[in-house]
Write a protein that binds this ligand. Structure first.
Ligand SMILES: CC(C)(COP(=O)(O)OP(=O)(O)OC[C@H]1O[C@@H](n2cnc3c(N)ncnc32)[C@H](O)[C@@H]1OP(=O)(O)O)[C@@H](O)C(=O)NCCC(=O)NCCS
Length: 317
């Protein structure tokens, strides 16, 4: 399959590489791959890299620089099945490392994973630090069976938060301490430090961020940060829960997110909820989801781990 005459190269992608990148492999994240929907948006603030074999794209990874330029996060890594397990991913990562080596502001590599072995190995080998943990719940349902339960439900306690609301929130230590005790806001599995500059990074057309107050002040008591898109096997909708919910506020948030799902023009919904263990009750969450005909489903991973490791650009990142 590969011979000495084969030419392996690395380069940055352009938007024109879309088809070839998406065709690298079709089974990514069990058919819930975000790259087909998000590639064009991501490439406005990520750098995409590919590994080519005789000019044909066989692997992809994108990186983004967040946290006021101090952290890097790698996303959407994949290699063609035919070339898996040969260490080729390392060649691409070496190229990326060299490409960013001139950036002296970079201090950390951050990532999240549901895979405990990857997390533990990273802490041991790369001197990473565990920066957060969240519980993962998955619910499945069909738009046609969910929508009847959403009709005539008003948005009682929630309001949509825009970019400016988020930036304001990030600069209020009182609010961030209350809402994000683990010191990060996660959006689509990326852990961002609580900085106003990160809002421009994660806020895009795929986000739907809701807040609820106590009714008497502007104070936000609870928040859901969602990202939703159509993936090859249906809607992929991921919601991060922050703050203190009542059953009423939680139900209001879910209604709004399911309504948003119904705009995505795809029947099957895969709805993930990431909750703070010890603060949010999984049984109450499941009870509310049932009220909207969304049923709990098994997941490969039940905990999300956030890891931050020192970035050593002279060796491995
Ligand atoms: C994950 C994947 C790229 C690994 O490809 P591979 O050719 O088997 O890669 P290798 O086993 O040679 O591993 C090379 C490096 O890839 C990275 N890697 C492997 N599995 C990974 C994973 N699940 N998550 C993140 N990085 C991973 C590691 O940096 C690894 O370095 P190490 O050898 O020091 O551990 C490949 O299996 C794939 O494309 N899977 C489908 C997409 C996917 O699941 N991606 C998950 C990452 S977001």
């Amino acid at each position: 399959m590969m011979s000495g005459a084969d030419v392996i190269e690395c380069r940055k992608v352009t938007l024109d590489d879309y088809d070839e990148v998406i065709n690298i492999r079709k089974d990514v994240y069990d058919g819930l791959d975000y790259l087909p929907a998000l590639y064009r948006t991501m490439m406005t603030n990520h750098i995409g890299y590919v590994l080519t074999l005789n000019k044909k794209i066989i692997a992809f990874e994108s990186i983004s620089v967040i946290d006021d330029g101090e952290s890097i996060v790698g996303r959407a890594l994949r290699i063609s099945k035919a070339y898996e397990g040969r260490g080729l991913v390392h060649q691409m990562e070496d190229f990326i490392r060299k490409d960013i080596a001139g950036n002296s502001r970079l201090k950390h590599n951050v990532f999240t994973t549901g895979n405990k072995t990857i997390m533990e190995r990273n802490l041991k080998v790369n001197k990473g630090q565990l920066i957060l943990q969240k519980g993962i719940l998955l619910y499945k349902g069909d738009i046609s069976k969910v929508v009847p339960f959403l009709l005539n439900v008003d948005m009682l306690t929630t309001r949509i938060l825009n970019k400016d609301d988020l930036k304001k929130l990030m600069t209020s230590k009182l609010d961030t301490d209350r809402l994000f005790p683990q010191g990060r806001i996660i959006v689509d599995w990326v852990p961002y430090r609580l900085l106003a500059s990160n809002v421009d990074h994660f806020f895009n057309d795929f986000c739907h961020i809701l807040g609820s107050g106590d009714g008497n002040s502007d104070r936000i008591e609870c928040m859901t940060v969602a990202v939703g898109y159509t993936a090859p096997k249906g809607i992929r909708y991921i919601v991060e829960m922050y703050g203190t919910f009542t059953e009423e506020t939680f139900s209001d948030h879910i209604v709004q997110h399911l309504k948003r799902c119904s705009t995505l023009d795809t029947e099957h919904i895969n709805f993930s909820l990431h909750y703070e263990t010890g603060k949010h009750n999984p049984d109450t969450i499941t009870k509310t989801m049932h009220q909207f005909n969304m049923n709990k489903s098994d997941t490969h991973f039940t905990i999300m781990y956030g890891v931050e490791e020192p970035l050593d650009l002279l060796s491995k990142y």
